[in-house]
Ligand binder design. Structure first.
Ligand SMILES: Nc1ncnc2c1ncn2[C@@H]1O[C@H](COP(=O)(O)OP(=O)(O)O)[C@@H](O)[C@H]1O
Ligand SMILES: [Mg+2]
Length: 236
């Protein structure tokens, strides 16, 4: 494998005394994209939140570029290279789209121009306030806002959730392009397993807080019965 960009070793984490994740081991290489799939409530969001430092880490270690970040505050993890697209999107409603991007800008290859190139819709809506944007536009903005912070690892939590199929297709094309050309290491959490397996060459299945599969997406695509056993009835 290329450089180990992100590494989780024996991670046990949750909320206060409550343990949600057990024995999580995961290595992400440079430019690698992996999807995390699994039923509702198995701990997908908790896993991304744990990488960001939003949960209680009971034991284990999280390293970024070989450096232990387990004890760092969230903003220090962002400075160290993590970009986070939360499930709730968390757009500032009273700021314009442009301002939402400006507040997250850190120096690097991603600029307002390159974000607008990836998502032309955002350029057209730049002067609209956050609360005037559609769900799809808010999702694109949430991704753009993470990118403009110029991370090396991008964590995305269910970008397709609640969006119309035509918007999901548009978003999927952009995420695929990111995966193939941006050089970023990406973790994509998705309920929509068809989409996840299509975008990412590697898949991780979570079940009740544990990793029960980590391998080529192809393996699950070619074996619908196995996939269904892992995550329930697969959406068409
Ligand atoms: N803030 C929280 N405090 C306590 N428990 C939580 C919190 N958020 C989620 N959980 C619990 O953690 C488990 C995993 O949730 P989550 O990571 O959101 O699952 P997923 O993203 O896979 O749907 C669930 O049992 C959920 O109820
Ligand atoms: Mg979730």
């Amino acid at each position: 494998m290329a450089e180990r960009v992100l590494e989780l070793d024996n991670v046990r984490a949750g909320y206060g005394e409550t343990v949600v994740l057990e024995d999580i081991g995961l290595v992400l290489g440079a430019s690698e994209t992996v999807s995390i799939i699994g039923r509702n409530g198995v701990g997908k969001t908790t896993l991304l939140a744990t990488i960001m430092g939003h949960t209680t880490l009971h034991s284990g270690q999280i390293s970024l570029h070989g450096k232990d970040i387990s004890g760092l505050a969230t903003y220090r993890r962002v400075t160290a290279g993590l970009g986070y697209v939360p499930q709730e999107r968390e757009i500032f409603p009273s700021l314009t789209l442009r301002e939402n991007l400006e507040v997250a800008t850190r120096p690097g290859a991603w600029t307002m121009a390159t974000v607008f190139e990836l998502f032309p819709r955002l350029g057209e809506r730049a002067e609209n306030r956050g609360n005037q944007l559609s769900g799809g536009e808010q999702q694109m903005l949430a991704i753009g806002r993470a990118l403009i912070g110029n991370p090396t690892v991008l964590l995305m939590d269910e970008p397709s959730e609640g969006l119309a199929p035509v918007i999901v297709e548009e978003l999927a094309r952009a995420v695929k392009r990111l995966a193939q050309t941006s050089g970023l290491a990406i973790i994509l959490v998705e309920q929509n397993s068809r989409l996840a397996l299509d975008i990412a060459p590697r898949a991780i299945v979570l079940d009740r807080g544990r990793i029960v599969f980590d391998g080529p997406s192809e393996t699950l695509r070619d074996d619908p019965a196995k996939l269904e056993q892992f995550i329930g009835v697969v959406k068409a």
